[in-house]
Design a protein around this ligand. Sequence first.
Ligand SMILES: NC(=O)C1=CN([C@@H]2O[C@H](COP(=O)(O)OP(=O)(O)OC[C@H]3O[C@@H](n4cnc5c(N)ncnc54)[C@H](OP(=O)(O)O)[C@@H]3O)[C@@H](O)[C@H]2O)C=CC1
Ligand SMILES: O=C(O)[C@@H]1CCC=N1
Length: 296
Amino acid sequence: MCRTTLLVATRQDPVVSLTDMTEEKGRPTIAVLGAGKIGEALLSGLLHGGRQADELLFTERYPERSAQLTSAYGIRATDVPTAAKTADVLVVAVKPQDIEPLLDELAPVVDAETLVVSLCAGLPTSLFERRLPAGVPVVRAMPNTPMLVGEAMSAISPGTHAEAEHLAVVEEMLSTVGKVVRVPEAQQDAVTALSGSGPAYFFFLVEAMIDAGILLGLPRAVAEALIIQSAVGAATMLAQTGEHPVILREAVTSPAGTTISAIRELEKHGVRAALIAAIEAARDRSRELGAAHEPG
Ligand SMILES: NC(=O)C1=CN([C@@H]2O[C@H](COP(=O)(O)OP(=O)(O)OC[C@H]3O[C@@H](n4cnc5c(N)ncnc54)[C@H](OP(=O)(O)O)[C@@H]3O)[C@@H](O)[C@H]2O)C=CC1
Ligand SMILES: O=C(O)[C@@H]1CCC=N1
């Protein structure tokens, strides 16, 4: 099996040398267990953020995929026992459905000196704590794919044995690739539905708006350029002005103008209710993924 890589990191030279950083802060070695979409995005984002390839490791199921990633990023592939022995932080990025065999592999080789960070939707820290040796610190994190371009939104929650220092390590790692908030673990299913899956909703919206441009007779390339830049502009306004989205929308909506005609159609078709229901369904699916691993 062979997949294309998402993005080849272009900046392999460090902003600050590894020696400087290790002397100052003792930057941890990070191993990503399962370098699929999000695992690769994290590795790529960390390289872009100034991490050195030799501070990073990954494991994958198939040698073709490992070779592809090593050739794209210069990061070494390894196996789970070597990752557990070598790395300070093990980032679990397999699908929730694949977690059990990975925990079987991890349990005999991990100890309380290693920080385990799970990116898995729905899986509670208690699952890892139950299956791994006593005292292993676990942090649950939910990032999103914009980490590829340093614009991730991540939320992190400590498990029972995770101390302030562990949260700080994860916060530092994920802030290299975007923004980070701390939330109680009980909120992680909602976070997963909102920001973990969130980029997909925006991509879906952009795709639908480009289709509308095609319907109206615009060339595809023109429709794409118009919508993508409108999305970038709107997101930048939201981020930079701090204004409520209602205020920003009202500023576009001229009396008896074009925008209000469109808004009336969106409301008539229940787009707001559809989004709320969609995000609720994603939250429920996250809960279901976790419940599948409950004991008994
Ligand atoms: N995609 C996203 O936007 C986000 C995903 N997540 C979470 O990240 C996790 C991964 O998701 P995603 O990247 O989309 O999924 P992918 O299927 O793309 O990535 C998972 C990778 O792990 C590999 N894998 C499976 N089992 C093992 C194993 N035992 N050892 C080593 N590698 C293994 C898979 O190989 P193979 O393909 O051969 O099975 C695959 O390459 C999920 O738990 C998801 O909930 C969290 C936030 C956002
Ligand atoms: O779709 C999923 O299950 C994963 C979790 C959040 C984003 N992607």
